[in-house]
Each structure stands twice: as structure tokens, then as C-alpha cells.
Design a protein around this ligand. Structure first.
Ligand code: SAM
Length: 304
């Protein structure tokens, strides 16, 4: 049984729907807005999220920032972005995590970029007799990516208990909690092959109608934990046969990308591969990684 999806992967969906906002997004007290939000506030947010998570927010993200952070202001009973940002910088505490969670973009889907899972299945099949293997999904979002890896491993070994462990990390603790729960609206698996649906998902009934839960055996293969790719040292136990670092580097500038790659690739096994997003390009990091397939890379200097 191959892990190929029956039809093109379902359109990726995101957990957040940005609130429609008026075009005038700079002036304090803009029409239709509940909170004061001016250019200086936006610049502060841009600087703070860049420092915390490396995310480079373009000018066009003003409405998105307003929509997402205004929920935090409402929750905290604050009246202006200035008050919120002053409080955050003065004694942020747990609010720093809420601030970060609010500003990440978590678009993902099961078997997104299906060719990666076909290749992974081949790579795992080649190593069937190599003993336990480790795989890292380093921007795991709500869990669809690590669960797709887990299903691929089960298919490669023909068992629900393959000798594979998966580390799933993300800077956003809210999406990790969704991943840990492993419960999704059934529409999220609509595009999957029926055999995979039956084998790896349990349909909810009664109050859980319309939801599906991943098979508990998949959950057993995955360790979900927070990890910020900006941190100077990754406390992870490799070496990894595969590192999935997909659709996250697009949010970082090139120097940040290079720093992350330099810290990631030492955790790859000599014959391990880095799986990257379809719009991520690493020509500027040819001294760190070299292409070895469609959006696949190996560490430079392994001779693999
Ligand atoms: C668009 S999703 C990609 C999810 C999945 N890899 C995929 O391709 O479907 C990007 C994820 O990167 C995470 N992220 C953003 N900045 C990060 C950072 N500094 N460290 C770790 N994860 C980060 C976000 O929280 C988000 O869940």
C-alpha cells in the first residue's frame, strides 16, 4: 500500500480566519476599529515578533496583526495597542507566548506536498533492517505533518508499531496542543485514500460527529514539544534520517534561514535528508546543504 493520496491533497486550510477590516489601517481610532492602532504600534509588533520568532512581517500584514492581537487586548481588557505593548514589554510573562501564538501562520494539511511522503516511504523501506530511526518535523503546526510521517512509517513497515520515533516541534504552543489531541474535522482527511482513512482514523459519533481521531498507535510514535528555531542550540536527540522543515523558512530573512540551517543540519544522519517547502530556495546556503531531489537536500560534505 502506497501512501499516495487518492486525489490531489485537500486545499490547505488555516486555523484562523482574519477578521475583515477597513482599508484604512494606519490612523488611531480608524473607522470600525475597537482599539487604537497606529503605525508606531505596528512597527513595535514587527520588531518584537522578529526578535522572538524570527518572523518578518511585511507592511501588508497590518490588518492581520490588528485582527489577531485585538483578541488579546479584548481578553486582557485593554483599550489600545500601546497599552498592550507597554504591558508586554514591561512584564510580559506568559503573554509573550500568547503574543507569539497569535502571530504565527499555521497553514498545513495531511500529506501536503505528497511527493515527500512517497520519497520518505522509499527511504524508510531501504533502511528496514537498520534498527530504530528518528524523524523530526520542526515546524509541525497542528500535527498533520507529523501524523502523515507516522502513517508513512506504518505503511513502510507494514505495522502500527514501526521502529520509528517522530519529534514534532513548533514555536506555537496552541497548535502543538491540537497536534497532541489528534482530533480533526473530517473534512481534513477528505482527500485521503479510503484505506488510509479506515486504517488510521476513527470517526467520532454523538457529540463528536463530524470529527475524526488519529489512531492512538500513531500518537504513540510522536513526541510533541515546543522549540523555537531561533534558539542558539537545539536540544534534540538525533541523528535524524529525515528532517521536515517545510513552509516555515519563508517567514524568515536569509541570514536567519542560514543560521537555522547551520544549526539543523548537524542533527541529520550522514545519509539523512532535509525536506523543504515548495517555495523555499537555498541557493544562498550552498555551503551548508546541497540539493538531492525535488525540494530535498543533504548536508554538504557527507559524501552520501
Ligand atoms: C505554515 S506552517 C507549516 C506547517 C507544516 N510544516 C507544513 O508545511 O504544512 C508554519 C509553522 O511554523 C511555525 N513557526 C514559525 N516560526 C517558528 C519558529 N521560530 N520556530 C519554530 N516554529 C516556527 C508556525 O508556528 C507554524 O506552525
Amino acid at each position: 500500500m502506497s501512501v499516495s493520496t487518492r486525489s490531489p491533497a485537500p486545499a490547505a486550510t488555516t486555523r484562523r480566519t482574519p477578521a475583515p477590516l477597513p482599508a484604512d489601517d494606519g490612523a488611531p481610532g480608524s473607522a470600525g476599529r475597537d482599539f487604537e492602532f497606529d503605525d508606531r504600534d505596528f512597527r513595535r509588533v514587527v520588531d518584537l515578533i522578529r526578535q522572538r520568532a524570527g518572523i518578518a512581517l511585511a507592511d501588508g500584514k497590518r490588518d492581520m496583526v490588528y485582527g489577531r492581537l485585538s483578541r488579546r487586548l479584548r481578553a486582557l481588557g485593554l483599550r489600545s495597542f500601546k497599552d498592550y505593548l507597554d504591558q508586554l514589554e514591561r512584564d510580559g510573562g506568559d503573554e509573550w507566548q500568547a503574543f507569539t501564538n497569535a502571530l504565527t501562520t499555521n497553514l498545513t494539511s495531511f500529506f501536503r506536498e505528497p511527493h515527500h511522503f512517497e520519497r520518505l516511504q522509499e527511504e524508510l523501506a531501504k533502511r528496514r533492517h537498520d534498527g530504530p530511526l528518528k524523524i523530526w518535523s520542526c515546524a509541525a503546526s497542528t500535527g498533520e505533518e507529523p501524523y502523515s510521517i507516522a502513517i508513512t512509517a506504518c505503511e513502510a513497515y507494514g505495522t502500527l508499531t514501526p521502529p520509528v520515533t517522530i519529534l514534532a516541534t513548533d514555536v506555537d504552543t496552541q497548535v502543538l496542543a491540537t497536534g497532541e489531541r489528534g482530533v480533526y474535522p473530517v473534512e481534513r482527511i477528505a482527500g485521503l485514500d479510503d484505506t488510509l482513512k479506515r486504517r488510521y482514523f476513527q470517526r467520532g459519533s454523538g457529540p463528536n460527529e463530524g470529527k475524526c481521531r488519529v489512531h492512538p498507535a500513531l500518537r504513540q510514535l510522536i513526541d510533541f514539544r515546543p522549540l523555537n528555531l531561533l534558539t542558539a542550540r537545539y536540544d534534540v536527540a538525533g541523528p535524524f534520517t529525515a528532517v521536515f522543515c517545510r513552509n516555515v523558512m519563508i517567514y524568515f530573512d536569509k541570514p536567519t534561514q542560514r543560521g537555522i540551517l547551520a544549526r539543523l543540519v548537524p542533527h541529520l544522519a550522514d545519509d539523512g535528508m532535509l525536506y523543504t517547502g515548495h517555495s523555499e530556495n537555498y541557493l544562498h546556503a550552498a555551503d551548508i546543504i546541497q540539493p538531492c531531489g525535488r525540494t530535498l537536500y543533504r548536508r554538504v560534505g557527507t559524501g552520501a
